[in-house]
Design a protein around this ligand. Structure first.
Ligand SMILES: [Zn+2]
Length: 55
């Protein structure tokens, strides 16, 4: 594999990552969260969104 091909592949993957992170955020934004308490954070059982309990 040429360096150029590898860089192209990395760029593709970055774009895919951005796409999927946005998609996940959209789902989490409309989720009616059902939070389950862990030690230092709470996690939604439906969408896996986590929020810190202590700041
Ligand atoms: Zn949720």
């Amino acid at each position: 594999m040429q360096v150029h091909d590898i860089q192209e592949k990395i760029d593709q993957l970055k774009n895919q990552l951005i796409y999927w992170e946005r998609h996940l955020k959209d789902i989490q934004n409309i989720c009616k969260h059902d939070f389950h308490k862990e030690l230092f954070y709470k996690r939604c059982l439906k969408c896996q969104k986590t929020e810190a309990l202590y700041y």
